[in-house]
Write a protein that binds this ligand. Structure first.
Ligand SMILES: [Cu+2]
Length: 160
C-alpha cells in the first residue's frame, strides 16, 4: 500500500506540470491588438479595402475596427479567414474613436460583417490556424449589376 503513494505523488505532480507547461490560459482575454480597416473612402466612388492586405498571428487577440467612411454599404467577407479564427465577439459601435460606445455585442461564430455608411463595427478574434487566403471581398452590387468585388474590392489575408 505504502509503495503506491510515491507513484500517486509523481502522477499528480506530472499532471500539474503539464498544465503549467502547455496551458496558455484564456487567449481571448489578452489586451487586443487594434487593426483598423476602412471599407471604401469618403467621396471616392471606386471602393476598396484600406488596407487590402492584412497579416495576423495565431494566438493573439485582435480588435479589428471596420469603419465605413463611404456612401455605400460594404461587406467584409472572407470565408477562408472565418475558418481560421475564433471569434470572441463582434461589437456594433455608435461612432469611431476613443469615446465610441458599444450599441450591440454579437457572440458566436461569424462569417461576414456588413457595415453601413458612416458605421463602425469591431470584430474581436484570435487566429487559430495559419495560412494565406485571397477571398476577402465585398459582394454589394452596384446598379449595373456588378459587385464591388468585380470592381476591385478584394483583398488578401495572411495568418502567420
Ligand atoms: Cu463594397
Amino acid at each position: 500500500m505504502n509503495r503506491l503513494i510515491p507513484i500517486a505523488v509523481v502522477a499528480v505532480a506530472a499532471f500539474a506540470f503539464n498544465f503549467s507547461a502547455y496551458g496558455a490560459g484564456d487567449l481571448s482575454k489578452q489586451n487586443p491588438i487594434v487593426v483598423r480597416v476602412d471599407l471604401g473612402k469618403d467621396g471616392v466612388a471606386t471602393h476598396r479595402f484600406h488596407p487590402d492586405k492584412l497579416t495576423f498571428e495565431t494566438g493573439k487577440l485582435y480588435r479589428m475596427v471596420l469603419h465605413n467612411p463611404s456612401n455605400s454599404k460594404h461587406y467584409f467577407t472572407s470565408i477562408g479567414f472565418a475558418q481560421k479564427i475564433y471569434t470572441r465577439k463582434v461589437q456594433v459601435m455608435d461612432e469611431l474613436g476613443a469615446s465610441a460606445k458599444t450599441l450591440a455585442e454579437v457572440k458566436g461564430a461569424v462569417a461576414e460583417v456588413e457595415v453601413y455608411p458612416g458605421g463602425t463595427t469591431e470584430w474581436w478574434f484570435v487566429p487559430v490556424a495559419a495560412g494565406a487566403v485571397k477571398d476577402l471581398h465585398c459582394s454589394i452590387e452596384e446598379k449595373d449589376g456588378k459587385t464591388h468585388a468585380q470592381l476591385g474590392m478584394t483583398g488578401a489575408i495572411t495568418i502567420l
